[in-house]
Each structure stands twice: as C-alpha cells, then as structure tokens.
Design a protein around this ligand. Structure first.
Ligand code: TYD
Length: 218
C-alpha cells in the first residue's frame, strides 16, 4: 500500500446522519488535490451490490448474513479498496467491518469470535503484517430514540431500518465497544448536534489527525 493512501470509514446507526457528509468530505479532499474513491458497504462492486440487495431485503439467519457481508467485502477490498490505496487515493467508505460487529454481532447477537475469524480471513493481504483496517473511522453517535425519529417517514425502511429501537440500542452498544477497543482509529462525532456543527466536528477531527488542511468546502 502506498504511504499516503487514506482509508476513511463512516459508521453509526441508521438515522445518525453520516451519509449526509459524504459530498462535503469528497469535495474537501478533492479541493486539496487528492483523488477520492467514494464507496459503500455492503456494496462497491457489481457483485457486492448484488449481494447488498439480498442482505437488505431477504430474511436469513445471522451466519448466512455474516458470510454474505464478508463475501461482498472481500470482492470490494480486492477490486476497489486495495487498488485505490495502492494508488495513494482517499477511500471514503460508507460503513465497513465495524458495522458487521455492530449489526450482526451486537444487534443480531451473532458470535463475535466467528466475526473476528472472518475479519482476519477477509482483510488479510499477502505481504501485510496485519489485516487491512481503516486508518480513521468517523463514528456518528446518536441516541437510538432520536435516530428513529429522524428516520420516521423519511423513506420505505429496509430490513434493518424496520427493526425496533431495542435493536438499535444493541447496535449502538456494539459501536461503542468497537470504539473502546480501538480508540486510536475511532473518532466519536456527537451526531445530536445541528448538521453544521456535526460537520465542524468532522473537519476538526480530520485536521487534528493531519489528513486535511482546514478547507472551505462549505
Ligand atoms: P446504509 O449504509 O444505512 O445505507 P442507506 O443509507 O442507503 O440505507 O444501509 C446499509 C444497511 O446495512 C444498514 O442498515 C446497516 C447494514 N449493514 C449490516 O448489517 N452489516 C454490515 O456489515 C454493513 C456494512 C451494513
């Protein structure tokens, strides 16, 4: 991997508002001369987007769901993420493996040790000492009750969005546990604030991490 490829992920429960900052993030990196690959999980390749439809629409047991999520991830890493990082690009990815630990692990109650094994397999790369992980993860943290209010009526819910608030409480706890276990990688964003203030937190965090100069994307 090139020294200056940057793998940046956005995470949070449904309704936390993470996706609404992707345009501005992309614009800011581009304004600073970076090539940006914007992508998402599950998805990001034709095969992974096909798997996404199944994952978001079909009922299945949590092992099947986890295997499909990681199968999609493997294709995405091999086809898109690794080549982009090797070119030195910024990879802006809407969700990655933390979502699997939060949704399939904490939310659905699936075995975290199995997820860890899949994580090692799928994110391992020949010649690399440690499995691929994002360099920085922006975690949009919002109380599940508020996220549910924000989502209500916004669109037809998918399989996960249709879950009760208790499910999202578990997912939120799953994110908190992942963040506590990898505090250097995670940046907690207080997503309860107004959108502009949330954006300020994002920009400030990336400037503090040395991956951005303070810009004027907005
Ligand atoms: P999301 O990223 O919220 O996209 P959109 O804004 O288009 O709805 O939807 C993806 C859903 O997939 C979300 O509910 C979380 C779920 N998901 C998992 O359950 N496991 C995973 O590993 C990933 C990446 C996502």
């Amino acid at each position: 991997m090139s020294d200056n490829g940057l793998f940046l992920t956005l995470e949070g429960i449904d309704g936390a508002g993470k996706s609404s900052h992707l345009d501005a993030l992309e614009a800011l990196f581009r304004a600073q001369g970076r090539e940006v690959v914007r992508t998402r999980e599950p998805g990001g390749t034709p095969l992974a987007e096909t798997l996404r439809e199944l994952i978001l629409e079909q009922l299945m047991d949590p092992l099947t769901e986890s295997l499909l999520v990681f199968a999609a991830r493997r294709d995405h890493i091999a086809q898109v993420i690794e080549p982009a990082l090797a070119r030195g690009d910024v990879v802006l990815c809407d969700r990655f493996t933390d979502a699997t630990f939060a949704y399939q692990g904490a939310g659905r109650g699936f075995d975290q040790a199995v997820l860890s094994t899949l994580e090692q397999w799928v994110q391992a790369e020949a010649g690399r000492a440690a499995p691929l992980q994002p360099h920085i993860t922006l975690w949009f943290d919002l109380a599940p009750g508020i996220a549910a209010q924000r989502l209500a009526g916004a669109r037809v819910p998918d399989k996960f969005e249709a879950q009760p608030v208790e499910f999202f409480s578990r997912v939120a706890q799953g994110y908190a546990a992942r963040a506590a276990a990898d505090a250097n990688r995670f940046v907690r964003i207080d997503a309860s604030q107004a959108r502009d203030q949330v954006w300020q937190q994002v920009e400030t965090a990336l400037v503090a991490r040395g991956v951005l100069n303070r810009g004027s994307a907005r």
